[in-house]
Design a protein around this ligand. Structure first.
Ligand SMILES: Nc1nc2c(ncn2[C@@H]2O[C@H](COP(=O)(O)OP(=O)(O)OP(=O)(O)O)[C@@H](O)[C@H]2O)c(=O)[nH]1
Ligand SMILES: Nc1nc2c(ncn2[C@@H]2O[C@H](COP(=O)(O)OP(=O)(O)OP(=O)(O)O)[C@@H](O)[C@H]2O)c(=O)[nH]1
Ligand SMILES: [Mg+2]
Ligand SMILES: [Mg+2]
Lengths: 294, 277
């Protein structure tokens, strides 16, 4: 573990009273390795190391009886600061419905997360409606319908919209929600690659039609180095308002969280911690920081 | 490029970043670059492209020769698809069925995901599109029973291949891993031998956790191969290098999109080219 490695380094220089260049490099190298093993993007790691360099080998560490723990604390505090404060509460729209649009790569957990959000919105006294805008994946609409039933939230489908495309379905859903008095609209979209030009363009058109209050990127906790490029592309196209990290119930270290936060700068709204519709938690930066550090 | 000390450190740094950006495990990168440093010195490599070619050869060495899918002399040949949530198991089954059909073979699909919303519907749509049989039970049924029935049905109908779907599951979930072991046991019992392939489906977008997934699924089941999906994304799936080298599990198939014909046998040369791009 990082603690063991740092302990080893500081053991070797005990009594020397000062840190030489070589030891400084060694300490920073171990931190770098730990963050890369946790899937933090290598450029984000570079910037991070530069930020903590001075502190990590400063007076405080040298004077400490447990320098390894001091370094860990400095790294962890910096991670927490970068991951942002505790989850900011969702602000409901002045004029309903509040529109949430979820997007992301294939299989990231969007459809399931839509249902989780719907259940959560209901628990907040809202009257949500789910919108099935994935006309691409086999049985995607059915999947959302089944989940909608499970959480007791109506699902607006392309059939109901009399539409053959997601943008039209979204537009109709908005009219329908206003007519029916649903004050929260949660829109599921098809998974897509950030480099799929026609699909990214379609997403932009959906965004324009919906004018969402929350545009949330759903990111699988296992996402590796490309998290930065993925998040950047979605953000540039849509102006994301937040991120949801899914599948945090596995043992992925979740470094993608830091990568995405670094490039998008928007809050992590929620964390998905299981397959059931109640498996949605607020984001706790200190927990994620500890996890990234392993 | 070649200094008195050896290969230009700047070039090695550049290669290190390329590999890390491709999700190759950081310890694997250290090992590869150290070997590269020695090889380059021993072979007195001077040009950057020669150093790259040397690295390319090392990477191919780690991946080994391409391994084809097993086909049994005693039909049906049974392939079990396993893996964590959302990696592409169900879609990969459709693609494998399509591939087999192109070879004039018949496949029967087993709807072994009896848990997730509309999982059976999803596979049914694929079966309809492909024109292959689907054996399914009610939602919530025992997945082992579905796979058992599918094997019996394949025998009865003279179908050469059974492709069995399973629900996505996190390897950290002990009960779900036990359920999977039971599916394997029951399939083995129905077949009179272990399933001919136990394929771990991995998402190329995943980073180091792919290695954890492989380790844990390998502890639960005798994995025979990996299906690496979503290589059409910008991710390059470098974590599989460690999986191949340390666990000895060969990558057999790759996914290159969401359509039935977007799957190919694993080609180590093309893969390494992609890593170093
Ligand atoms: N363990 C776990 N599984 C999850 C979580 N969120 C979603 N899943 C599972 O991940 C898989 C994919 O979820 P989906 O909701 O279908 O993902 P998606 O992004 O809508 O997929 P596409 O529409 O195909 O792009 C399913 O098996 C879900 O049950 C989570 O937080 N934890
Ligand atoms: N771009 C791309 N998408 C893929 C590929 N393989 C699968 N997908 C997509 O990934 C998503 C998830 O695929 P599924 O086949 O449902 O994955 P799964 O492992 O069966 O998911 P669960 O059963 O929920 O665990 C779908 O949107 C697929 O179309 C691939 O090779 N490339
Ligand atoms: Mg979906
Ligand atoms: Mg599936």
């Amino acid at each position: 573990s990082l603690t063991d490695k740092l302990q080893g380094i500081f053991e070797r220089i005990r009594g020397k009273g000062r840190l030489d260049e070589k030891t400084v490099d060694e300490v920073l190298r171990e931190i770098r390795l730990a963050l890369l093993e946790a899937d933090v993007n290598f450029r984000v790691v570079k910037e991070f190391i530069a930020r903590i360099r001075e502190q990590a080998v400063g007076e405080e560490v040298l004077k400490s009886l447990t320098p390894d723990q001091q370094v860990i604390r400095i790294v962890r505090d910096e991670l927490i600061a970068l991951l942002g404060g505790e989850a900011e509460p969702i602000r409901w729209a002045a004029r309903p419905p509040t529109v949430f649009m979820l997007c992301g790569l294939q299989g990231s957990g969007k459809t399931t997360t839509c249902a989780k959000l719907a259940r959560w919105a209901k628990s907040q006294g809202r009257n949500p409606m789910l919108v099935a805008c994935d006309l691409q994946r086999p049985a995607a609409v059915k999947q959302l319908e089944v989940l909608g039933q499970q959480v007791g939230v109506p699902v607006f489908t392309p059939q109901q919209a009399g539409a053959q495309d997601p943008v039209r379905t979204a537009q109709r859903a908005l009219e329908h929600a206003r007519a029916q008095g649903n004050d929260v609209l949660i829109v599921d979209t098809a998974g897509r690659l950030q480099v799929d030009e026609p699909l990214m363009e379609e997403l932009q058109r959906m965004h324009a039609a919906l004018q969402p209050h929350e545009t949330l990127l759903v990111v699988d906790a296992t996402t590796g180095q490309e998290a930065v490029n993925v998040a950047q592309a979605f953000h540039e196209r849509l102006e994301l308002t937040g991120v949801i990290m899914s599948k945090m119930d596995g043992d992925a270290r979740g470094g993608a969280t830091l990568s995405v936060k670094a490039v998008v700068g928007k809050p992590v709204r929620f964390v998905g911690v299981g397959e059931r519709t109640d498996a949605l938690e607020p984001f706790y930066p200190d927990r994620v920081a500890s996890r990234i550090l392993g | 490029v070649f200094t008195r000390r050896g290969v230009d450190e700047e070039l090695l740094e550049e290669l290190e970043e390329t590999l890390i950006a491709a999700d190759v495990n950081v310890n694997a990168v250290q090992e590869l670059l150290e070997t590269l440093r020695q090889e380059a010195k021993a072979q007195r490599l001077r040009e950057a492209e020669d150093v790259r070619a040397c690295l390319s050869a090392l990477l191919k060495g780690w991946l080994g020769a391409p391994a084809p899918l097993t086909v049994s002399a005693t039909p049906p040949t049974v392939y079990l698809f396993v893996g964590v949530n959302g990696v592409g198991k169900t879609t990969s089954i459709a693609k494998t069925a399509h591939m087999l059909q192109r070879q004039g073979k018949r496949a029967l699909l087993a709807a072994g995901d009896t848990f997730r919303a509309a999982a059976i519907d999803q596979l049914q749509i694929w079966a309809d599109r492909l024109g292959c049989d689907l054996v399914k039970h009610k939602e919530g049924a025992d997945p082992s029973a579905v796979v058992f029935d599918a094997i019996q049905a394949a025998r009865a109908r003279g179908v050469d291949f059974v492709l069995a779907d399973t629900a996505g599951r996190q390897h950290t979930h002990a009960r779900l891993m036990e359920e999977l072991k039971k599916v394997h046991r029951v399939a083995e019992k129905a077949l009179g031998r272990p399933p001919d392939e136990v394929l771990l489906v991995l998402d190329a977008v995943a980073g180091q956790n792919a290695i954890r997934q492989a380790e844990e699924f390998a502890r639960a089941l005798p994995l025979t191969g990996i299906v690496l999906t979503k290589l059409d994304s910008t991710s390059r799936g470098g974590a599989v290098l460690t999986i191949r080298k340390q666990l000895g599990i060969p990558i057999k198939l790759i996914g290159l999109g969401e359509k039935a014909d977007q799957m190919a046998p694993f080609d180590p040369d093309a893969f390494v080219e992609g890593l170093l791009a």
